[in-house]
Design a protein around this ligand. Structure first.
Ligand code: NAP
Length: 374
């Protein structure tokens, strides 16, 4: 029986992963060990009535007794533990949600509905590191991979509307707390129907600008506002989040030698866990809309088209609709006034599912299947 160790199972991504593994009955057929860096010896998850005792996530000897290790623990942990493990001679498979190893030559970024052939080639050639991609990149590819596969894309811009969850659990709490304070401060004005709207507006902006307004995690108000900066600065004026668009997409697609140009502005908005993106796509020829629609909707089992009208858009193409599901709706699809080769589209996806936990969950099953076939 294969031995699988999971580190980071109680964090935000790890919790979503555990939920999905339970739903898919993934815990059957393997021997699992759960690790923690702060709770070793305590009770861990209960699976099928069995309570697992947590092992020490920093203990290299215990870690290396596993055939596969899956970490949702974070980049700091990967940087510390992964090199030690390999130095100790461990030959197992390393699966990771953190970005640390993504661009390494001996690592594959996993999004199997899109790059199963790249993954299979990696397994066949002995690659041992399989890393989940950036959430925005994975969600864009789950929506648009059909167009990439057809070879129709000359370039893409993606203007993003990214959820608080991408910044972590503390940030999600801060967002809701900000919303509460805004609501509480203007409660009386709101309850009086005759209040002038500009008085409500003034009340809200005064709340946001009050130095006591809680912004420790985001660094600025997000509720009733937005933040057009995610991650750290790169030398070329992009943020790192924007840089991942071109670098990770082309690595996932296995076309680093001939990359498709991708760029855009990544913006944090006040949705909880769904990222949305507005695309401008330059096609390399005037492809008929029916062909474009077919290519998008037939690429995988989770993407679907939303009719470009108000009713369907409000019903299907929002974070409210998509949160907690694996659905990838693509809508607002139309040729642009810029010319028949310019396409506009909009997509939404749950960044904790396809953006984080699901590709990692699936690669574990793919590796187990590969080992079973050896
Ligand atoms: P997280 O919620 O901060 O969890 C990481 C670890 O923090 C846990 O495994 C746990 O480890 C420890 N922890 C301390 N206090 C905790 C508490 N009260 N509740 C739960 N855990 C607590 O991290 P995350 O947001 O899931 O991210 C994990 C990795 O995935 C990161 O590398 C991140 O960049 C990557 N990722 C995140 C997203 C996202 O949307 N957030 C998307 C894609 C990839 P111990 O048991 O060892 O204490």
């Amino acid at each position: 029986m294969r031995k699988v160790g999971i580190i980071g199972w109680r964090g935000m991504v790890g919790s979503v992963l555990m939920e999905r593994m339970r739903e898919e009955n993934d815990f059957a057929g393997c021997e699992y060990t759960f690790f923690s860096t702060s709770q070793a010896g305590q009770d861990g998850p209960v699976i099928e009535g069995r309570t697992y005792t947590l092992q020490d996530g920093d203990n290299i000897d215990q870690l290396q007794s596993n055939d596969i290790l899956l970490s949702c623990q974070g980049g700091g942990y990967t940087s510390k533990v992964y090199p030690e493990l390999r130095k100790s001679g461990w030959q197992g498979y390393w699966i990771d949600a953190a970005s640390t190893l993504r661009m390494e030559k001996d690592a594959i970024i996993v999004l199997d509905p899109v790059n199963r052939s790249v993954i299979d080639q990696g397994l066949a050639t002995g690659i041992k590191n399989y890393i989940g991609g950036n959430c925005t990149v994975s969600l864009m590819l789950m929506g648009l991979a059909g167009l990439f596969e057809q070879g129709w894309i000359e370039w893409v811009t993606s203007q993003t509307y990214q959820a608080a969850s991408g910044a972590g659990a503390k940030n999600m709490r801060e967002l809701v707390n900000q919303m509460r304070i805004i609501g509480e401060n203007c409660e009386n004005l709101l309850d009086t129907p005759s209040t002038a709207i500009l008085d409500i507006d003034r009340n809200v902006i005064n709340t946001l600008r009050n130095p006591a307004f809680p912004t420790e995690n985001f660094g600025a108000p997000l509720a009733a506002s937005l933040i057009p900066w995610i991650d750290r600065a790169m030398d070329n004026g992009q943020t790192r989040e924007e840089w991942k668009g071109i670098s990770e997409t082309n690595k996932i697609l296995g076309r680093e030698e001939k990359p498709v140009p991708i760029d855009g502005c990544c913006v944090r908005v006040s949705s909880m866990r769904c990222h949305s993106q507005a695309y401008t796509i330059k096609l390399n020829r005037d492809v008929p809309m029916a062909d474009i629609e077919d290519a998008i909707k037939n690429q995988n089992d989770w993407v679907y088209l939303v009719a470009n009208n108000k009713e369907e858009t409000l019903k299907e193409l929002t974070p409210t609709r998509v949160t907690g599901t694996l659905d990838i709706p693509v809508g607002r699809l139309r040729k642009m006034n810029l010319g028949p080769q310019y396409l506009s589209a909009f997509s939404v996806g749950d960044q904790l599912l396809w953006g984080a936990a699901e590709p990692v969950r699936r690669i574990l099953q793919i590796i187990l299947q590969h080992l079973g076939e050896q």
